[in-house]
Design a protein around this ligand. Structure first.
Ligand code: GDP
Ligand code: ZN
Length: 307
């Protein structure tokens, strides 16, 4: 019986320092992580893992290949990638229409990190009960034109929640965004059953405490096949570094022009014959988005020593 657990699909759903909770079918199994097995690349929330019985307990002995990761690349000499969530399908970038104010340069930062990880982004503007829809719609036009799915929601009134739930169903998602925009409120309003379900009950415990630990994280499995992940490390995702040369590819609307500049190492800043700047002059790229690009490029160049 116990041996059977070793052959079933097992997913890491909660992590505290070197202890992981692994979900195997309906069972939650506490597993230790032996550091020496995973020195450079430890298991992350969302990983499918192999587990083995060690004495009375269980341990993770291997990680199955990941289909995707959301990883942080630290500043410093190594620039090693630290995987915070594995196997996610999409990143839900949550902002509020107001309180705190909608700051587009910060939204651009979050989107760049999602793109750098080659993940899909979905934009959610919450607290729409407090704002004028017309004004917010106009502000978000550059993102709709760039192809990002956009949701207007209110965790308070329920506006837009059915549509967002449909966008989450059957997928593994992670919510990111500044604090106070309503990420927790949205999850509660989207899935009121979260606190009732026994299995999720354990996780909602993690939801209360895990939020504030620096190393923890967890994954909630929902009845409609949705999985929603959260780790404290994702909070400041907007401040992660992206290598300067990768940055142009993190703005989807630049894509048609890349490779068409006079110089093939064009940074799209002041070089002559730049196709990106030509598109900007023609009104095909929004000035606010280009401005974010130049700002992030300057930051990245400064903090990214040459390899
Ligand atoms: P988080 O830090 O992103 O998880 O944000 P919270 O979920 O903790 O919400 C922060 C505050 O905003 C709380 O006081 C919520 O009650 C409030 N809030 C969240 N969503 C909405 C909304 O859609 N409308 C309004 N008016 N308030 C909201
Ligand atoms: Zn260029």
């Amino acid at each position: 019986m116990e041996q059977d657990l070793e052959n079933e699909q097992a997913q890491l759903v909660r992590l505290y320092a070197d202890v992981a909770t692994v979900q195997v079918g309906d069972r939650m199994v506490e597993c230790t992580i032996r550091g020496r097995l995973f020195r450079d690349d430890p298991p992350a929330v969302g990983d499918f893992v192999q587990i083995e019985q060690v004495g009375e307990g269980w341990a993770i002995k291997g990680i199955l290949p990941r289909k995707s990761v959301l990883a942080r690349r630290a500043a410093g000499p190594s620039h090693r990638k630290q995987v915070l969530i594995a196997n996610i399908d999409q990143v839900i970038v949550v902002f509020s229409a107001t309180l705190p104010a909608l700051t587009l340069p910060t939204l651009d930062r979050f989107l760049v990190v999602v793109e750098a990880n080659e993940l899909l982004a979905r934009i959610v503007i919450n607290k729409m009960d407090l704002a004028s829809r017309d004004a917010i719609t106009a502000l978000l036009q550059p993102y709709v034109d760039a192809g990002y799915p956009l949701h207007f929601t209110s965790a308070e009134t329920g506006e837009g929640l059915d549509e967002l739930r449909a966008g989450l169903a059957g997928k593994e998602s992670v919510l990111v965004g500044p604090s106070g925009v309503g990420k927790s409120s949205l999850l509660n309003s989207l899935y009121p059953e979260l606190n009732l379900d026994l299995k999720v009950g354990r996780l909602s415990d993690a939801y209360g405490k895990g939020r504030h630990t620096t190393v923890g994280g967890f994954l909630i499995r929902l009845p409609d096949g949705a999985r929603v992940a959260d780790t404290a490390g994702l909070r400041e995702v907007g401040l992660w570094l992206v290598p300067p040369d990768e940055l142009p590819y993190c703005f989807p609307e630049f894509e048609p022009y890349l490779g068409k500049c006079q110089f093939n190492n064009c940074a799209h800043l002041t070089e002559p014959g730049c196709a990106v700047r030509a598109a900007l002059d023609m009104g095909e790229i929004y000035p606010s988005r280009y401005e974010s690009y130049t700002k992030l490029r300057a930051e990245a160049t400064e903090s990214w020593p040459r390899w």
